[in-house]
Design a protein around this ligand. Structure first.
Ligand code: NAP
Length: 247
């Protein structure tokens, strides 16, 4: 069955891969981005070339008016069936004792407040009691939620722990509305995220220590996201799915 989905941070990395895989299924995809319009436009073209429909939607997930607007714009693609709460950031590696409050506030604003706002809008749009048709919400947590991110980013790790809690709570709240809520917890995945934290070689360097002996690809995470959005996972909710190569 074709679906209409919104992916926050769909313009690069894991969100980009999920968008293109959804396009290969013929789905319609809202591709949210923060500032890199060229990257979002490239994903829109790739989704269309793969057989789907797509729309680039600018908006900062940490700004409530932007989040409300991005869901409104998704209506152009059809009634919403799924949302991937994916946009997330890291900051340069640091011990907690050396972190300034601006950095911590931005990490929590985007990764926690932004994710909660997006999840709230998602249930508002998907709930049959509000005119929706049920659906699937996929949250991007991280293996960091259970490892803790020591010496690099315990702020980020905590923000991802919040994704696990949100998944567990919202899955219980939204089940009676036929909304499934699951988290994907990637391990070390080759994307630009690590360079944005000042460690461009991080995934390859640490990925070698995973049981599978390598970093993962954005496509490998995208596959799990699209499965959780699809009807193939129709009895899966409240799950935290590790995609970590065994890490
Ligand atoms: P990425 O390659 O750095 O891409 C981040 C995406 O999020 C971009 O599309 C970016 O848009 C968007 N974005 C950033 N801040 C935003 C904001 N405030 N509002 C809206 N969009 C925003 O990241 P990634 O590696 O694909 O990570 C995706 C998710 O997976 C994140 O939640 C991350 O924490 C999680 N994750 C990643 C890894 C990993 O190893 N890569 C591991 C575990 C979990 P612009 O291009 O416009 O900036």
């Amino acid at each position: 069955m074709t679906k209409t989905i919104l992916i926050t941070g769909g313009s690069r990395g894991i969100g980009r891969s999920a968008a293109i895989l959804a396009g290969q299924k013929g789905w319609s995809v809202g591709v949210n981005y923060a500032s890199n319009k060229a990257a979002a436009d490239e994903v829109v073209e790739a989704v269309i070339a793969a057989g789907g429909k797509a729309l680039a939607i600018q908006g900062d997930v940490a700004v409530e008016a932007d989040v409300i607007s991005m869901f409104e714009q998704t209506k152009q693609l059809g009634r919403l069936d799924g949302v991937v709460v994916n946009a997330g950031i890291v900051a340069p590696a640091s011990k907690l004792m050396d972190m300034d409050s601006d950095r911590m506030r931005r990490v929590f604003d985007v990764n926690v407040f932004g994710a909660y706002l997006c999840a709230r809008e998602a249930v508002r749009y998907l709930a049959p009691s509000r005119g929706g048709n049920g659906g699937s919400i996929v949250l991007l947590s991280s293996a960091a939620a259970r490892i803790g991110g020591p010496f690099e980013y315990v702020d980020y790790a905590g923000s991802k722990g919040a994704m696990d809690s949100l998944t567990l709570g919202l899955a219980k709240e939204a089940g009676s509305e036929n909304i499934r809520v699951n988290a994907v917890r990637p391990g070390l995945i080759e994307t630009d995220l690590h360079a944005s934290g000042g460690q461009p070689d991080r995934a390859q360097r640490l990925g070698a220590t995973a049981p599978l002996g390598r970093a993962g690809t954005a496509e490998e995470v995208g596959e799990s996201i699209v499965w959780l959005l699809s009807d193939a996972s129709s009895y899966v909710t409240g799950a935290l799915l590790d995609v970590t190569g065994g890490r």
